[in-house]
Write a protein that binds this ligand. Structure first.
Ligand SMILES: Nc1ncnc2c1ncn2[C@@H]1O[C@H](COP(=O)(O)OP(=O)(O)OP(=O)(O)O)[C@@H](O)[C@H]1O
Ligand SMILES: [Mg+2]
Length: 258
């Protein structure tokens, strides 16, 4: 397995606040890495720096051997980085299928102009894209909801749709920010199954930020614990949850994680 992502000395300040401070993080192809830590630790900021939503203050991000530190978000998407935000980001006036279609255009080279330039080729591509989007909806179990408005779905299904939208760009690296928040037990189990099968069937490398420690233990072979923008510890999830500093900073002594 090769190195997919190499982050060194990554820092981001907001005024006087060091939201992320000197973070080193390496991710290999095919891993599911958990990024955990207390509220305000800098987890979402790390994802924002990786996908280009935020500019880096200091440090470097190398993805597939290329230094992407100064790349704008669309170039990072084009290289294969996709993101599911902490809050559902769906097109409200579009159907479930249309949202996935919109996701697929993040990476295709066939923009609107190609309709004029290469119309036949475009039609074939459109048909292929439509087929792939329907497959993705089947993959997340929403194929029977393709024609419904995205916002009419229950919360858990909207989260799953966000994953399908991200996958439509065919990413190598998927960034998931609290995919399980607000879900009931059934929705949680379903989403965990989806994240696992994205990894096992598509080989997608994943960084998942999540407060549900039982889920992290089940999903990730490796976790990185952030606190005040710095790495507190990294190791197997079990090593991390048993670490006194992690218990002190994050979990508390009565944490029910096993
Ligand atoms: N755009 C911003 N402007 C100013 N401060 C910000 C901004 N984004 C994040 N912060 C601050 O940076 C720190 C880290 O925030 P971040 O959202 O990364 O935490 P988090 O670990 O994702 O927390 P949570 O678990 O609550 O989602 C916090 O103190 C937050 O208030
Ligand atoms: Mg966050």
């Amino acid at each position: 397995m090769g190195r997919l992502l190499e982050i060194q000395g990554l820092s981001r300040n907001f005024g006087g606040l060091a939201a992320v401070n000197g973070l080193d993080l390496a991710v290999d192809e095919g891993e599911i890495v958990g990024l955990i830590g207390p509220n305000g630790a800098g987890k979402s900021t790390v994802l924002n720096l990786i996908d280009g939503t935020l500019k880096v203050s200091r440090g470097s991000i190398v993805f597939k051997g290329e230094n992407i530190t100064r790349f704008p978000p669309h170039r990072r998407a084009n290289r294969g980085i996709a993101r599911v935000f902490q809050k559902n980001a769906l097109f409200k006036s579009m159907t479930v299928l249309e949202n996935v279609l919109a996701g697929s255009y993040l990476r295709t080279s066939h923009g609107p102009l190609s309709v004029l330039v290469r119309s036949l080729d475009h039609v074939r591509t459109q048909r292929e894209i439509m087929g792939r989007c329907l497959e993705l909806l089947e993959f997340v179990g929403l194929d029977d909801k393709a024609g419904e408005m995205a916002t009419s779905l229950p919360h858990g299904s909207q989260r799953e749709l966000c994953v399908a939208v991200a996958l439509a760009a065919d990413p190598t690296l998927l960034l998931l920010d609290e995919p399980l928040t607000g879900m009931n037990a059934e929705e949680t189990a379903s989403m965990i199954g989806i994240i696992k099968s994205v990894n096992s069937t598509r080989g997608t490398t994943t960084i998942v930020v999540e407060h549900n420690m039982k889920a992290v233990l089940g999903l990730c072979a490796r976790t990185v614990v952030l606190n005040y923008g710095q790495k507190l510890i990294e190791g197997t999830p079990r090593q991390c949850v048993a670490d006194p500093a992690v218990i002190e900073a994050y979990l508390g002594t009565d944490a029910d994680v096993f």
